[in-house]
Write a protein that binds this ligand. Structure first.
Ligand code: ASP
Length: 430
């Protein structure tokens, strides 16, 4: 019997998770779900995270070393970062248009505003601590933060992925510059490690349907608690806001990425979306582009025909700095909060949002819920009270799932575009 395609296996897990989650919430099985279902999701997610740092390290070192000269590295690097920043700025602009046209902030009933502020006040202020640290930094601190003083301490947390990326590129550059025979054993080691990690992705994905089932079930459990009616009320009140984010995300995925792929490459869209679907579904279930990275890389290489040289440079970098979905969401959320609080943001403030959202999304860690912490910086920049994030916290997880899908799709699209421009795209004949 032919094995069901991976994306179908994951969709089935997702659908069962959804049904189970709703049944569990209606029957008050919250504790049972936490004790007996959620652990499988945690194990699955941990396995993916476990291989993320070794993968970034091994693939970037071999990726940079295989570029063989610094000119090629700066050409591909410049191109990649340029497209990343350009598409993120487009994403923020789409978000701003969506929220200004739909005006979701005017549609929240006054009573609901007070209730939301009260319910999420404590939770919101717990996030300010993390944001406070970011806010009180000097202008160059973001660059300082990229350069680790001890490799092992940066590799000890998945939040420090940007430091690992820096260290790997740095080591790769060193490798290019020493005699080939000296560098060979080091390179061979990292190439071997890279292959091992990619093999582990296959093994971990055997568990994907169960893992996704458990992740979705527990997400619903956490959002709904044992009171489904409360969630429905929340979804009703924040429905317009969610629509503004989701429409923006859809528009960006459909028009910006699809348009760029169509104009700049010969990649058939069907091949692209079919190839990348498992990574998108995983992004949706885990809300983490970092945890999804191993699968994104594997799919780009095996199913889309992106060369290892390009994918191992473009994708780890993208997972850490390229977050179009997050930037778009941050723009909508900032204006929505301002609208709800009765503040009018002029064109100057909206331009500030474009700039800060692009920067904030670069600094956002590729983990669940990181986007809302960086949102605080944008709110500060345009003078909107940061306590306003209490208004949107209740539905943040759902939007996090969706923006992460766009983040991952963006990375894959840019990998295809860069590979194509370097003559390194070998679209498989499937
Ligand atoms: N969860 C997102 C990601 O990993 C980041 C965010 O919170 O927006 O891509």
């Amino acid at each position: 019997m032919k094995k069901l395609a991976l994306h179908w296996q994951i969709i089935i897990g997702l659908a069962f998770g959804l049904v189970y989650g709703i049944v569990a919430a209606s029957n008050g099985w919250g504790d049972f779900t936490t004790d007996w279902v959620a652990p499988f999701g945690i194990i699955f997610m941990n396995l993916l995270k476990l291989i993320a740092v070794p993968l970034v390290l091994a693939s970037l070192i071999t990726g940079v070393a295989s570029l063989s000269d610094l000119k090629k590295l700066s050409r591909i690097g410049g191109k990649t970062i340029g497209i990343y920043i350009g598409t993120t700025a487009v994403a923020v602009t789409i978000g701003l248009i969506s929220v200004n046209v739909l005006q979701p902030g005017d549609k929240v009933p006054d009573l609901m505003k007070e209730k939301l502020q009260e319910t999420y006040e404590a939770d919101a202020s717990s996030r300010f601590g993390s944001a406070e640290k970011v806010k009180n930094r000097g202008p160059l601190q973001a660059i300082v933060d990229m350069v680790p003083s001890n490799f092992f301490s940066s590799a000890s947390s998945n939040r420090n992925m940007l430091q690992v990326v820096f260290a790997a590129i740095f080591i790769g550059i060193g490798l290019i510059q020493i005699p080939k025979d000296k560098g060979k054993p080091v390179l061979d080691f990292f190439e071997g490690l890279n292959d091992v990690v990619i093999k582990l992705v296959d093994l971990i994905m055997l568990m994907a349907p169960v893992g996704v089932f458990a992740l979705i079930a527990q997400t619903i459990n956490k959002v709904a608690g044992n009171d489904l009616a409360q969630v429905l009320e929340l979804l009703g009140a924040l429905g317009y806001y969610m629509v503004a984010v989701i429409l923006g995300l859809l528009f960006h995925a459909v028009f910006t990425y699809t348009g760029l792929l169509k104009i700049l490459t010969k990649m058939p869209l069907k091949t692209f979306y079919r190839g990348i679907a498992p990574a998108q579904l995983l992004a949706f279930s885990t809300s983490s582009s970092g945890a999804t990275l191993p699968v994104t890389m594997e799919r780009c290489e095996d199913e889309l025909g992106v060369s290892e040289e390009v994918s191992s440079f473009v994708l780890p970098l993208g997972a850490t700095i390229n977050m179009d979905g997050t930037a778009l969401y941050q723009a909508v959320a900032a204006v929505f909060i301002a609208q709800t609080l009765g503040m009018d943001l002029g064109i100057g403030a909206q331009l500030t949002i474009i700039l800060t959202a692009v920067l904030a999304s670069i600094g956002t860690a590729a983990v669940p819920g990181a986007g809302i912490i960086m949102l605080v910086i944008i709110l500060e920049a345009v003078g909107v009270p940061t306590a306003g994030i209490a208004l949107i916290l209740g539905v943040d997880r759902i939007l996090d799932m969706m923006r992460t899908v766009v983040n991952v799709t963006g990375d894959a699209s840019v990998a295809v575009i860069v590979a194509n421009s370097e003559g390194q795209l070998n679209i498989p004949n499937k």
